[in-house]
Design a protein around this ligand. Structure first.
Ligand code: FAD
Length: 491
C-alpha cells in the first residue's frame, strides 16, 4: 500500500492548535507535515523575540508530539527553496499557512508562489492573526481608516470574525523525511535561535512568563478575575494590572478572535445586575486596547514602509540626531531620569516594559534628546519579547509625532510628572534602580547590574541628573520643531 501524500503546514506565527484555520485545512488533505523555517526573516528578527519564539516552538512541538506522535520539521532555508523541494519529495501539492501580513512575509509568500508554480504546487493562506479581515473594516468611501476612534467604532459595529473549530485532540501526522536534498534539517534540541542575545538567556529565563497556548488561556482567564481595576490601574507600572498577553498574541499562541470571543462572553456575563459591573468595564477597556493592535496592523498593511518611513512623509526632512553617546546612555538606562532608566532596565532584564513607561522612554528619546525614532524602534525590536512590527512602529511614530493620529510634537511627556502620577510611591523606580533614594537593592536591580556586558559602564548606585536637563531638552525640542515647521511653510 502506498502512503498518502502529506499536506504541508508552514508553521510561522501561529503556535496554537485552537482557532488554527491553516492546520485544520491541512488536516483535511491528508497526514500533515508541520514545517518551521529558519529563514532570513527569522534570523534577522530581534534577539529577544527570537529567544521567545524558540520557547513557543518548543511548547508547540511537545503538543504536536502528544497529538500525533510526530514533531515539527525544522529546515534552514527560504520558503521558495524548501517547499518546492518538499512538494517534489513527498508528492504534496499544497502549502497551508496562516497569514502574517508583515512586509517581509509578503515578500517571502510572493517568492514562494512563484517557485511553487514550477512544481504544480500552491500556497493557501488563511486568516488568524487579526480580529477581522481588513477588507471588512473600511471607511464609507472604501478606504483604510487613518484615525483610531472611527476605526474602533467600525470594528465594533462589524464585529470580530468568529474563531474556527479547534484542531482535533489526536490526528495523523506525516513522518518528517530524514533529509531533503541540498537543505539542512535541524534538530529542535540543538536549535539556538538567539545566539546574539547579549544579556544571555539566563537573564530572561529568570523573569520569563510561561510560554505556550495553555499558558495564554490561563493568563487570559486569570486576567478576567482581576479586570475590575484595569481601566484606572493599567497606566500604573507599580501595579500588576495589565494582562501580560502581548507575547502570546505576538506569537499567535492565542488568536485575537478567540480572545475577543471569550472576553465578549465574559463582559456580557459580568454586566448582568450584581457585583460584576466593574469587571465588565475592565474587560471592555481591555478590548479597546486589543483594537489598538488591530489598528496598527491595518496601518502596516496600508503602508508597508511604516517601520522605516514617517507615516506623514512631510516629516522625512526632520533633523533627527543619530547614533552616539546619548543613544547609548538611553539604551543602557543611564540617562539620569529615573522613570526612563527604570523602564529601559526592566526591558533589558525581562524583555518587557510597561506601556506607560514605553511612551515615556520613547518621548525622552525623540523629544528631549531629538534622536531618530527609528533607532529607538530598533532597540525595542532587539529587546522586546512581545515584538510586533506593526504595534512597535505605530507606537513609535505616535510618540515621535509623525504617525497617523499621533501625539502632536509639542506635547512632550514630562517624565517627572508622569512618575509622580503613575508611580506615586516610587515602587517601580525602586525595583529597577539599585539604591534609588538610598533604598536597598532589589533582586530586579541586582539582576540588571549582573547582566551587563563588560564594555558597558553603568554606575551603581543609580545617580539622577539635574532637573535642568528636563527643561533644557524640552525647550531645544520645541525650538527645533518650530524651525522645521517654519522651513516647511517656506518651501
Ligand atoms: P494590556 O494592557 O493587557 O493590553 C491588552 C493587549 O492590547 C496587549 O496585549 C496588546 O496586544 C494590545 N495593546 C495594548 N496597548 C497597545 C498599544 N498601545 N498598541 C498596540 N496594541 C496595544 N506592543 C506589542 O505587542 N509589541 C510591540 O513591539 C510594542 N511596541 C511598543 C512600542 C512603543 C514605543 C509603545 C509606546 C508601545 C508598544 N507596544 C507594543 C504596545 C504596548 O505597550 C504593549 O502591547 C503592552 O504593554 C503589552 O502589555 P499587556 O499585554 O499587559 O497589555
Amino acid at each position: 500500500m502506498t502512503t498518502p501524500a502529506p499536506a504541508l503546514y508552514w508553521l510561522s506565527r501561529d503556535f496554537r492548535f485552537s482557532d488554527n484555520a491553516a492546520l485544520n485545512a491541512a488536516l483535511g488533505h491528508g497526514p500533515v507535515l508541520v514545517v518551521f523555517l529558519l529563514d532570513r526573516q527569522t534570523r534577522e528578527q530581534g534577539a529577544a523575540s527570537r529567544w521567545r519564539l524558540q520557547r513557543a516552538l518548543e511548547v508547540f512541538d511537545a503538543g504536536l508530539k502528544r497529538r500525533s506522535g510526530q514533531g515539527v520539521m525544522i529546515l534552514r532555508g527560504e520558503a521558495e527553496e524548501v517547499f518546492p523541494a518538499l512538494v517534489q519529495l513527498t508528492g504534496a501539492r499544497m502549502v497551508h499557512q496562516n497569514d502574517w501580513p508583515s512586509p517581509q512575509m509578503r515578500q517571502a509568500q510572493s517568492h514562494l508562489r512563484e517557485a511553487l508554480r514550477s512544481v504544480a504546487g500552491e500556497l493557501k493562506l488563511y486568516t488568524g492573526h487579526l480580529l477581522a479581515s481588513p477588507q471588512r473594516i473600511r471607511t464609507g468611501q472604501g478606504g483604510a481608516f487613518r484615525v483610531f476612534t472611527p476605526f474602533a467604532r467600525a470594528l465594533r459595529r462589524a464585529g470580530a470574525d468568529r474563531p474556527r473549530p479547534d484542531a482535533p485532540r489526536q490526528f495523523a501526522a506525516a513522518e518528517p523525511p530524514a533529509e531533503v536534498h541540498g537543505l539542512t534539517v535541524l534538530p529542535l534540541s540543538g536549535l539556538n535561535l538567539a545566539p546574539d542575545l547579549h544579556r544571555g538567556a539566563a537573564v530572561l529565563e529568570r523573569f520569563a512568563l510561561p510560554a505556550g497556548e495553555a499558558a495564554a488561556f490561563e493568563r487570559l482567564d486569570q486576567f478576567f478575575d482581576r479586570a475590575g481595576p484595569y481601566p484606572e490601574a493599567r497606566d500604573r507600572p507599580d501595579i500588576d494590572a495589565c494582562s501580560g498577553l502581548s507575547e502570546h498574541l505576538a506569537l499567535g499562541e492565542i488568536s485575537p478572535r478567540s480572545l475577543w470571543a471569550l472576553a465578549s462572553l465574559r463582559a456580557e456575563a459580568d454586566s448582568a445586575p450584581g457585583p460584576g459591573g466593574a469587571a465588565a468595564a475592565g474587560v471592555e477597556k481591555f478590548l479597546s486596547e486589543v483594537i489598538w493592535r488591530e489598528f496598527a496592523w491595518h496601518l502596516l498593511l496600508e503602508d508597508p514602509q511604516l517601520t522605516s518611513l514617517p507615516w506623514r512623509r512631510d516629516w522625512s526632512g526632520f533633523p533627527w540626531r543619530g547614533e552616539g553617546e546619548d543613544l547609548q546612555r538611553w539604551q543602557r538606562g543611564e540617562t539620569g531620569i529615573a522613570l526612563v532608566d527604570a523602564g529601559l532596565r526592566e526591558m533589558w532584564v525581562t524583555g518587557r516594559m510597561h506601556n506607560r513607561v514605553r511612551m515615556v522612554v520613547a518621548s525622552w528619546l525623540t523629544k528631549h534628546l531629538l534622536i531618530d525614532w527609528r533607532l529607538g524602534l530598533r532597540h525595542f525590536e532587539n529587546c522586546l519579547t512581545d515584538w510586533d512590527p506593526a504595534s512597535n512602529a505605530m507606537n513609535w511614530q505616535w510618540v515621535a509625532g509623525c504617525g497617523p493620529d499621533a501625539s502632536p510634537f509639542f506635547r512632550i511627556f514630562n517624565p517627572e510628572t508622569q512618575a509622580a502620577k503613575f508611580d506615586p510611591k516610587g515602587q517601580y523606580r525602586a525595583r529597577w534602580l539599585a539604591g534609588w533614594q538610598g533604598g536597598r537593592t532589589t533582586p530586579e536591580a541586582a539582576a540588571f547590574l549582573a547582566s551587563l556586558p563588560s564594555d558597558w559602564r553603568v554606575s551603581a548606585p543609580w545617580a539622577g541628573a539635574s532637573g535642568a536637563l528636563l527643561q533644557s531638552g524640552r525647550s531645544r525640542a520645541l525650538e527645533e520643531y518650530r524651525r522645521f515647521k517654519d522651513s516647511d511653510a517656506d518651501s
